[in-house]
Design a protein around this ligand. Structure first.
Ligand SMILES: NC(=O)CC(=O)C(=O)O
Length: 283
C-alpha cells in the first residue's frame, strides 16, 4: 500500500580513500535512518573521486564488492530502502556507473546503470565518461511496497523522456544520484530538478556530493527534494549534510487532480515507447 514516508538525502563527500568514503557514507545513512527516514539516498560516485580515469581502479562487482556489501548490510541493519548513490561497477570487461538499491532485508531491489554518459566539451569543463564507462541499457523502477521509485543518474535527468516513462509506471518519486559541477550546476541543476517534477507531477530527489573546492571536478552540492508542484521542499548547502522531506502520495494526487496534465496528453498525436529489454539488468 502506497503511503506517506520520510526521505533523506546524505550529501556525503568522497576523497581518495575508498574505505573512508564508504565508512562516512555508512555513518550518514545510519544517522538519517535514526532520524526516521525510511528511504535514504547517497550521491553519484560516493565511494570515489569523480574522475573518469579513476573509475576502473575503484570498480567492484556484484555481490561481493565492499561498497555493495556495506549498502546491503546497512539497509538491513537500519530497516530502510537504500538508494546507494552510484559506484563504478565492473561486469565482464565493462565498467558502469551503477546505482544499487537495497531493501529493509538487505535484498537487492534494483540496479540502474547510467544510461546517458556525460560526454561534454564546455569552455570550462571537459568530461568524457565514455572513455572508461559503458552505458546502461535499461530504465529502472523499484517497487518497495509503500512506494514506487524511479531511478536515474545525473546526466539522465536532461533527457525528459525517461522521467515521463517512469512517471507513467506509477512512481511517486524520481531518485537522482547526481554530481553536477560548478559550471553546469548554477545554470541547470535546480531548473532540471524542478522541471522534471512539474512535467510529471512527481517528487524529485537529487543527491549531490558535498563540494570540495580543491578537487579536480568540483561538485555543485545543493542536494534537494522538489514536490509535484515544483516547489523546493528542502535544499542542502555545500558541505556534508543530511536533508529530509516528507513524500506524500495524497499531495501528488491533489496536484494531478487540479492540473490533470498526464490525463490530457494527446496520445492520438504522439507517443513515447519504453523498449524494454529481455535481459533486464535490474536483478
Ligand atoms: N555529471 C553528470 O553526469 C551531468 C552533469 O553534470 C550535467 O548534466 O550538468
Amino acid at each position: 500500500m502506497v503511503r506517506k514516508f520520510k526521505l533523506a538525502i546524505c550529501q556525503s563527500n568522497a576523497a581518495g580513500d575508498k574505505t573512508s568514503n564508504i565508512r562516512h557514507a555508512d555513518e550518514m545513512v545510519r544517522q538519517a535512518a535514526s532520524q526516521g527516514a525510511e528511504v535514504v539516498m547517497l550521491p553519484e560516485m560516493f565511494n570515489c573521486p569523480y574522475r573518469t580515469e579513476l573509475f576502473p581502479a575503484y570498480a567492484e562487482s556484484y555481490p561481493n564488492g565492499e561498497t555493495i556489501q556495506m549498502l546491503s548490510g546497512t539497509a538491513k541493519a537500519a530497516g530502510i530502502v537504500l538508494v546507494g548513490g552510484s559506484i563504478p561497477e565492473i561486469d565482464g570487461d565493462t565498467v558502469y556507473n551503477t546505482s544499487f538499491i537495497f531493501g529493509p532485508q538487505g535484498e537487492l531491489l534494483g540496479r540502474h546503470r547510467k544510461v546517458h554518459l556525460f560526454d561534454v566539451d564546455l569552455p570550462d569543463l571537459k568530461v568524457r565518461e565514455s572513455s572508461t564507462l559503458g552505458p546502461g541499457n535499461n530504465l529502472t523502477v523499484v517497487n518497495a511496497g509503500f512506494c514506487k521509485l524511479g531511478i536515474i543518474i545525473c546526466f539522465d535527468v536532461r533527457f525528459p523522456e525517461i522521467a515521463r516513462l517512469l512517471a507513467m509506471e506509477g512512481i511517486q518519486a524520481l531518485m537522482i544520484p547526481a554530481a553536477f559541477n560548478t559550471v553546469t550546476g548554477p545554470a541547470h541543476w535546480e531548473l532540471s530538478m524542478r522541471m522534471r517534477a512539474v512535467d510529471n507531477q512527481i517528487y524529485v530527489a537529487a543527491a549531490s556530493p558535498a563540494r570540495d573546492e580543491k578537487a579536480g571536478y568540483v561538485a555543485y552540492g545543493h542536494s534537494m527534494v522538489v514536490d509535484p508542484w515544483g516547489e523546493v521542499l528542502v535544499e542542502a548547502g555545500l558541505g556534508s549534510e543530511i536533508i529530509m522531506a516528507e513524500i506524500d502520495p495524497v499531495k501528488m494526487e491533489e496536484v494531478r487532480g487540479r492540473l490533470p496534465l498526464l490525463a490530457q496528453r494527446r496520445t492520438d498525436l504522439y507517443s513515447l515507447e519504453w523498449k524494454k529489454e529481455d535481459g533486464n539488468e535490474n536483478n
